[in-house]
Design a protein around this ligand. Structure first.
Ligand SMILES: [Zn+2]
Length: 252
């Protein structure tokens, strides 16, 4: 029923209780779930999980922070993983100017190169965009040729409209349930229902009423409920639509 288009369950903090996390996913009817891997160890863990539970999708990509240290070997590793058919999506990739703006150019270079790799293998991409809207949108417009998810979308309605012109999917996370969510309600109301996705970004961004606790995919229910409220669509129909959107993201 529920879709979590973006979670980090192979991150150490969730992986240490992975059996429980997966049981909760099953019990709470999270039937679609994409594991985002930001390193080799996380990817190996995710592939093991997928062997046992084939409903998981697996994504891998070099995170903006890695632009400082990325090597040719790392690009080769990424391409090998793709060639072997191990991943369903390239991501999360993008630009993050929030913590450190001293290596923006390196971030852009790595972002473009990963988009080009995705293009070469016709692989969809999941985008991390933080404090970098203009550069990120410019690069995507110029280079991206495959399907796009804007993960944990927190931009303006104008930015969302630009993203929709690229036929992107807009994925909403826990912060839409926070009292101070300002732009999110407006965006959700304006977003065509066939472009909406839900996610947790767990272990981060826990939705209300569990805000402050560690996040898990099972809490995506509260994100979906908030979207259904804002769109005035009953929860079952919304979840069915989101799950359809999620499937279509992987169609090539
Ligand atoms: Zn993430």
């Amino acid at each position: 029923m529920f879709t979590d288009s973006h979670c980090h369950i192979t991150d150490d903090s969730l992986y240490e209780k992975i059996e429980e996390v997966i049981q909760n996913i099953i019990d709470k009817k999270v039937t679609s779930c994409m594991i985002m891997c930001t390193g080799k160890k996380e990817l190996e863990r995710a592939l093991e999980i997928k062997k046992e539970y084939p409903f998981f999708k697996v994504a891998f990509g070099w995170f903006p922070e890695d632009a400082k240290t990325i090597t040719e070997q790392d690009y080769i590793y990424l391409e090998d993983v793709i060639k072997q058919g191990k991943i369903d999506c390239l991501g999360e990739i993008g630009l993050d100017y929030y913590w450190d703006t001293s290596f923006n150019d390196l971030q852009k270079e790595m972002f473009i190169r990963q988009i080009q790799i995705a293009n070469a293998y016709n692989l969809p991409i999941s985008i991390h965009m933080r404090e970098s809207t203009k550069d990120c949108m410019d690069i995507l417009k110029q280079y991206a040729k495959t399907k796009i998810i804007f993960h944990c979308f927190s931009g303006s309605k104008e930015t969302m409209m630009e993203a929709l012109k690229m036929n992107a999917y807009i994925s909403f996370a826990g912060p839409i349930t926070f009292k101070n969510a300002r732009q999110a309600p407006e965006c959700i109301q304006a977003c065509p229902v066939d472009r909406i996705l839900s996610e947790t970004d767990s272990p981060y961004l826990t939705p209300v009423p569990y805000r402050g606790k560690q996040n898990q995919p099972m809490y995506v229910e509260y994100v979906a409920k908030k979207i259904s409220e804002l769109k005035n669509i009953d929860l079952d129909s919304l979840c069915a639509q989101i799950s359809k959107n999620y499937q279509s993201f992987f169609e090539r």
